[in-house]
Ligand binder design. Structure first.
Ligand SMILES: Nc1ncnc2c1ncn2[C@@H]1O[C@H](COP(=O)(O)OP(=O)(O)OP(=O)(O)O)[C@@H](O)[C@H]1O
Ligand SMILES: O=P(O)(O)OC[C@H]1O[C@H](OP(=O)(O)OP(=O)(O)O)[C@H](O)[C@@H]1O
Length: 201
C-alpha cells in the first residue's frame, strides 16, 4: 500500500478534476464522497486529506509516500522530499501589490514571510515584514503596511480592494513530491500510481 497526502481546499478540487480528465473514475468517485473521514482507501492506494502546509511534513517523515501540494508551500518552508513533477493545475503567482502611487515599500505584510524576505533580499531592499495569516489585503487599506506579498490568480481580490500589482515575483503551481526513501523502496507501487495519474517520473 502507498499513502498519498492531498491538500484540502482549492487543490483538492483541482486534483479531482485533473484525474477525472485522465478518466480515472475509480479514484474521483471515492474522493468526491461527502464523508468527513480524513482518509480513504482505493485498491492499494490510501489517500489522506491534510492542510496544505502539513502535506510536506507527512511526506518528509514518511507518514505519506507521495504528496500533492502547492509550490508556494514548498518554497516558503524547508522540507526534505523528492521533487517528482509539476502538475497542470493550481497555477497562480506571487506578487508585490499595494495601493496605487506607492514610490517605496517600507513595510510589507504577507502570509508568506520567507518568500517575501527572499524577494526583498534579492532586490537589495530593506523592508520591514509583518506576518499575517490571511486577508492580507487589509494591511495596506488600514495603514498597517505599505503593501503585500501575496498569491494572485484572477486578480479579483486585489481589484476589489483597490490594490494594484507592482511586480510579479514567482510562478506557483501544484507539485507532486515523494518521500526520499520510500520512493525507492516502494518503487513499483509508486510508479504504478504516478503513471496511472499521468505523471512521468
Ligand atoms: N487564488 C489562490 N489563492 C491562494 N492559493 C491558491 C490560489 N490558487 C491556487 N492556489 C493554491 O491553492 C493552495 C491553497 O488552497 P486553500 O484553499 O487550502 O487556501 P488557503 O487559503 O491557504 O487555506 P485556508 O483557507 O485553510 O487558510 C495554495 O497552496 C496554492 O498552491
Ligand atoms: O487573484 P484571486 O483569484 O482573487 O486570488 C487571490 C486571493 O486568494 C487567496 O486568498 P484566500 O481566498 O486563500 O484567503 P486568505 O486571504 O485568507 O488566504 C490569496 O491570498 C488572495 O487573497
Amino acid at each position: 500500500m502507498i499513502t498519498v497526502a492531498l491538500s484540502k481546499g482549492r487543490l483538492f478540487d483541482d486534483f479531482i478534476k485533473y484525474i477525472e480528465g485522465q478518466g480515472l473514475k475509480k479514484y474521483s468517485e471515492v474522493l468526491r464522497g461527502e464523508s468527513r473521514t480524513l482518509f480513504t482507501l482505493v485498491d492499494d492506494v490510501r489517500f489522506i486529506f491534510a492542510k496544505g502546509p502539513d502535506v510536506p511534513v507527512y511526506v518528509e517523515r514518511g507518514a505519506a509516500d507521495i504528496g500533492i501540494v502547492g509550490s508556494d508551500i514548498l518554497d516558503e518552508e524547508d522540507f526534505e522530499y523528492l521533487n517528482v513533477s509539476g502538475l497542470p493545475f493550481g497555477r497562480c503567482h506571487f506578487a508585490l501589490a499595494g495601493p496605487p502611487n506607492i514610490d517605496h515599500f517600507n513595510t510589507v505584510a504577507s502570509k508568506y514571510i520567507n518568500i517575501a524576505r527572499k524577494y526583498f533580499n534579492q532586490e537589495q531592499e530593506a523592508v520591514s515584514l509583518i506576518h499575517l495569516n490571511g486577508s492580507v489585503e487589509l494591511a495596506p487599506i488600514l495603514g498597517l503596511a505599505d503593501g503585500i506579498v501575496d498569491i494572485v490568480q484572477t486578480g479579483n481580490t486585489l481589484k476589489d480592494n483597490g490594490l494594484i500589482e507592482y511586480k510579479k515575483i514567482t510562478e506557483v503551481q501544484a507539485r507532486l513530491i515523494a518521500n526520499k526513501q520510500t520512493f525507492y523502496t516502494k518503487e513499483e507501487e509508486i510508479y504504478k500510481f504516478i503513471s496511472e495519474i499521468g505523471v512521468i517520473a
